[in-house]
Design a protein around this ligand. Structure first.
Ligand code: GLN
Length: 189
């Protein structure tokens, strides 16, 4: 199996580093030509979801990736990546920016009030393990999830980790902590 990391913008290098620690050499998706390479797994990094969504559309990468994900390709989506996967955004967030929209969730961006900047927490994450370190940076939260979506973790009542089939969505940044368990789960899909 080969792993691709979307590398248009954001924290993609950190994901590559975590994957490398697990012996997985990922390659970067930087443009439409890279879609011709063979890959079976995809990482959608944190960053700025509006920029990433627009670039994906402009580069003609949105539709091909959406099809692959809908066909069951495993995806690890963190922070902005989770926003790109969401089928719906909270009304005040939805400016019609292009998204992959493959996961049956509603997401609110920058959802933590006075902790808008960043904060750390620890939580048990179903399928990942106990006391997983969580780093949040201007993070989203899942405000509504369809019946096919499993909630994996909550922090202060907010849903911060979800799974729908082989799509994993995390509001935090597992690539910024040394704990490798989230990436291990992804590689096991
Ligand atoms: N606030 C960003 C957005 O809306 C996400 C932040 C992040 O990925 N760290 O896209």
């Amino acid at each position: 199996m080969a792993t691709a990391v979307l590398a248009l913008q954001g924290a993609f290098a950190e994901h590559e580093a975590r994957l490398a620690e697990l012996g997985e050499k990922a390659f970067e998706l930087r443009g439409p030509d890279d879609l011709a390479r063979s890959f079976d797994r995809l990482v959608l990094p944190g960053g700025e979801s509006t920029v990433q969504g627009r670039l994906l559309e402009e580069l003609g990468m949105l539709e091909p990736l959406r099809e692959r994900i809908e066909d069951g390709m495993p995806v690890l989506a963190t922070c902005a990546g989770l926003i790109l996967l969401a089928q719906r955004l909270a009304a005040h967030d939805d400016k019609g920016t292009p998204r992959l929209a493959t996961m049956d969730v509603t997401v609110e961006r920058n959802a933590y009030g006075r902790q808008l900047g960043s904060f750390h927490a620890t939580a048990d994450v179903a399928g990942v393990g106990r006391e997983v370190p969580l780093t949040f940076i201007r993070a989203p939260r899942v405000v509504d999830a369809g019946a096919g979506v499993q909630v994996l973790a909550r922090v202060d009542g907010n849903v911060v980790a979800v799974r729908q089939g082989t799509q994993l969505g995390f509001a935090f940044h597992p690539e910024l902590d040394p704990d490798l368990r989230v990436h291990q789960l992804f590689l096991s899909l």
